[in-house]
Structure formats: C-alpha cells, structure tokens
Design a protein around this ligand. Sequence first.
Ligand code: FES
Length: 672
Amino acid sequence: MADRDPLVVFTPSGKRGRFPVGTPLLSAARTLGVDVDSVCGGRGICGRCQVLIAEGEFAKHGVRSGAASVSPVSETELRYAKRRGLPSGHRLSCSTQVASDVVVDVPPGSQVHRQVVRKDADARVIKLNPVVRLHYVEVREPDMHDPSGDLRRLYEALEREWSLTGLASDFTILGELQAALRKGEWKVTVAVHDASQVIALWPGFHDKVFGMAVDVGSTTVAAHLCDLETGELVAAAGTMNPQIRFGEDLMSRVSYAMMNPGGAAMMTTAIRGALGSLAAELAREAGIAVTDILEMTLVGNPIMHHLVLGIDPVELGGAPFALAVDSSLTVPASALGIAVHPNARVYVLPCIAGHVGADAAGVILAERPDQRDEVTLLVDVGTNAEIVLGNRERLLACSSPTGPAFEGAQISCGQRAAPGAIERVRIDPATLEPRVKVIGSDLWSDDPGFPAETARTGVTGVCGSGIIEVIAEMYLAGILTPDGVIDGAQAVRSERIVADGRTFSYVLHRGDVPMKITQNDVRAIQLAKAALHAGVALLMDHLGIAKVDRIGLAGAFGSHIDVKHAMVLGMLPDCDLGRVASVGNAAGAGARIALLDATARTAIEDLVRRVEKIETAIEPRFQAHFVEAMAIPHKTAAYTELRKVVTLPAPRESAGPRAARGRRGAAIRGRT
Ligand code: FES
C-alpha cells in the first residue's frame, strides 16, 4: 500500500486502508479484517460477497465516492445477475476492483457474523457463527509427475484458498471424493465442521447447509430448521413425544425402564424415530433434501437427554440422581440413528444436575441472566419445576417436585390443554357465580353466543391455567380460606358450595359434564405451588436476597398462565407484576442459539460449570419454606407488590382440617 494508492473505506465497520488500483474489493476487505462472506472463494458464483458503492462526498473520510470509483460491472457479475439476480446497485466485491478513493458499504446479508433476529417472544439477536461452513475450492488435477492423492490435493486447496490447516475427514468422504472431483471437473464444495473436519462433499458449487434445533420435552418435541448460511428460520414442526405410550410423566417412564427389560431401549427407539420423522417433515416443508441437514442441537430434561442418547435413565429415578454425563456432547447423528446427513453431528447441551437438565441450560442461554445486574428468576414448570436464579455475579439452580397437578393431572376435572378445556375463570365475589372461557372460543360463558360457539367442543374439563385461576379466584371471593380450606360456612351464600363427604366442593360448571373443584383438588395445587415456591425461596436464601427483580416463565405453561393469578396463589415470590412475563419456549430458543453460534456453546458450557446446584431434597430449610408456602398466597410473605394491583381478602381463621402437612417424603418420592 503506497500513500498515493486509493483509499478504501468500509462501512459500517469504518475500517480503511490504501490499495493499488485493480485490487478486488474482497481482497481489500480481507486484508483489513472486514467481515465479508464468501463460499465460492471469489469466483463470482455464490453471491455472498455483495457490497454497495456509496455515492457522494464523504467529508468525514475525505473521500468522494461513486460508481466510477470502482471497475465497471464485469462479465462475471452480469452472468451472476442473469442466473440468480443482483439487486440494483449491488456489486460482487470479488469481481469489483478499486479504481480510486471509495466508500464501500457491506450490507448485513453479506457479513459472515451477521446478526439474526429471533422471531419469538423477545426478538433477541443471535450472532451467526455456525460450526459447519461450506467452502468451494478448485483442486489441482493429478499429475503423473506428482503422484499425490486426491485428498492431499483437496487439503492443499482448502489451505491455499481458505487458510484451513490440520484438516481431517470423515471416513465416508474417501469413498465419495474421487467421483465428486471428476464430476465437478476438479471443483467441489466441502462442508467443514469446526474448521477441522471435512464432513460432506458435493461436486461443483453447493450452497445449501441446514441445521435443526430440537427441544425434547416429555410431552411434546419441537424442532426448528435453520439455514446455517443465513441464520434464517425456514421451518418449524412439533410432534407428541411417542414415549407417552410408555408413561404419561417422567417418573412413570423411569418406572417403565425399571420394570421392563429392554424398556429404556424401546423408549430410545421411539424418540429417535420421532426425531427422524421431524427432520423429514422439516426438509419437506423447506423443499430441501434431508441430507442437507448437517448439524443438530438438542435440549431436554435429564431423562429425555439420557433416553435420546440411549442411556438407561434408571439412576435418575432415585437419590443421588447421578447423571451418566453432565458435560456437553457432540455425537454423530448416525450413532443416534437419526436420518439426516450421515455425517451430521448432534450437539447436546450440558445438563446442570441430575434433575436440572440441558433444557434449563437452553433457558439460561436464551435468557442470559448472567449478563444482567438485576436478579432474574427463571422458572420452567413441568412435572418438575426447573428453577434458575441469579445475575452476573452468581447463578443458582435447583429443581422442585411440583408433580403433574399444574398440568391438570391429580385434579378431579383436570385435563390437558385442548379445545373445550376451561382456561380462564372469574368468580363474582358478591354472588360467587363463575364465568369461564374455554380453549377454542374467545367468549365468556355469560356472553350470549357462548353455548353455540362451544357446542362442537363442549366444556370438557379444566386445564392447568384454568386450575390456577379457579383456585386463586376462589380465594379472592372468600370461598377458600388462606389455609386452603373450602369454607362450608359460605354455603349459605351460594348453592355452588356443596357438601362432599366431610369436606366441601365448589361447583364450577353445571353442563353435561358437571365440574366440581374439590378439597383434594385444592390440596394438590397447594402441594405443587408450595413445592415451587419453596424451591425458589431456598435459592433466594442461598443468594441472600429477599426480593427478585424480574421473573421469566418458560415453556408452554409459562405462556398460558395468568401472572396475577399465579401470584395470588403464591406460586412465585412477590415481584413487580410488570416484570413478570412469559419467555416462551426458552429451552428451544437456547437450542437454536447453540445451532447458529458456536461461541454460544462455549459460553453455556462455562456457565453451567459456574451454576451452583442446590439439592432441595437434602436442604433442611426446604421443609420450613414448604410449610409456609402452603398458605395462600403465603403464611408470612407480605406480597406488597401484588397488593398494589389486587385487593387480597382480610386474614381470617381457617375452618376445617389443617392445611400444611409435611411433603418432604412425598417430594423426594415424586422427584424425577
Ligand atoms: S465470493 Fe462468491 S460471488 Fe463473490
């Protein structure tokens, strides 16, 4: 670079340097370390290196720039534009040479480490930096005077053109290499994993490489297909976890594995088959070959994690809940029998503890509480609640045995969230009459069109969010005492309060399928919410705080529950209600981040090692917290934030059997 050479300024990076006339803009960018993408190595084939030549006087840079500052549009660009289209004003930086001082704008789509905006709840930005990258190369032809192997010459080309050194190849590459080189006339595209391993090969130019992020839940499996070159989310699909036929919840699946020889293997086969079907469905939807899927990431709770990997989860069924492996893993998809590209890799996020899984790691990666000063509480409610609490200084995690009550199990009229299920409830405190909403209709039950609109589905049961609302509303209306007793004295006020043996029930719905909330239903929810609250309180003790700054509710349950009612019930510690929100499927979002950004993998591996794991089963304070949390909303906590938005009933004496009984033994037995 001489002083008289033209000045080339790249925006938005602001990087600048002087280059001789005739220097391709891509080379100038490379020299300056400007982030410009390329798959074809500057051959005018891939179109990834597009830039815009800025027009006008740039006083800041002392440059007058315009179309004449670079070489005229080349034959290569015309050919590319004809083949694949080139937006007006865009130039291929590999085919455009410096003529005089110039300002070159690199649009986001041409940056290697471009940012991808997540489309879900909080639109977090992900940096694109995939583990698998495509490289197009021209390989030297064999020569009688230089008897080197084709693989050696492929490596040479990759080093020469892409500075990749120390490469190795998957075994199957050897079988494909010679045919691909000859078919492509010595031009091939290779997929390199982690800048070290050649895992796929195509004759000529190939620009399709996809990745699949999977969240294996015990009920549903969700998968997202992303273009690894652009970061774009191209398809999404979900399916029921086929292991349900071996057991509804996690504990029953562990029991199935314990009681049936070969049971774990059967569940492994079932889930792997589902993953293969999801891959095929996503590929079909995106119009790609399933073999274009070269990378997968996977999250799941410890039991799902083990079953996908073919590990018997029996050790996770009882203390000390030993994981077979807690670190992250990269395994060949073929070893898991998942039909994507035969050399695709599956990156499995690390588990945190025997009952806090890779799904919790995914939630942490999506939410990054470690990057905030304020203390975040993250809760993923399932059969077990996985709880993470902390900020940039410390992160703690535990799981609490909430049991399946929040999902509608153990509730006399409970059901899964499906059309016809009651999901919203309001009770008039004066008349004690309820109004309900069911899934599938936007009307309340006292709206005139309600019977007609729900005629098809009927009103069939109460789902998790409905149960939380009805019990919270029963408390707000004075039907329930703070100890959780359905107050028989209120029967004089309403016929909906009916004697039911030695206790009372509240008649929620009188249709074809009458629905009562019984004393046992209330107890089941009290036990579940007390377990959740006690787990959180334990972590707060360890962190030495009395109040959390924000709460994120992860998972399907978190998306549907009404925060105010959850607070009235005392499921969560008191918090400014404006700072409590659903964070959507954060575990799945974490899997997608790990798919698109290799550095996120290192980050979560480090973070998981830093997380302080708290074992609720051996903490004496868990029991004390549990007993206090049995009351609604809580025996001792003031809930001042909640009281700013809701008038809670005045304290009164309980009527009936004692509410809080020890749950510790049950808690330990119920743990999965
Ligand atoms: S680098 Fe591929 S077209 Fe320019």
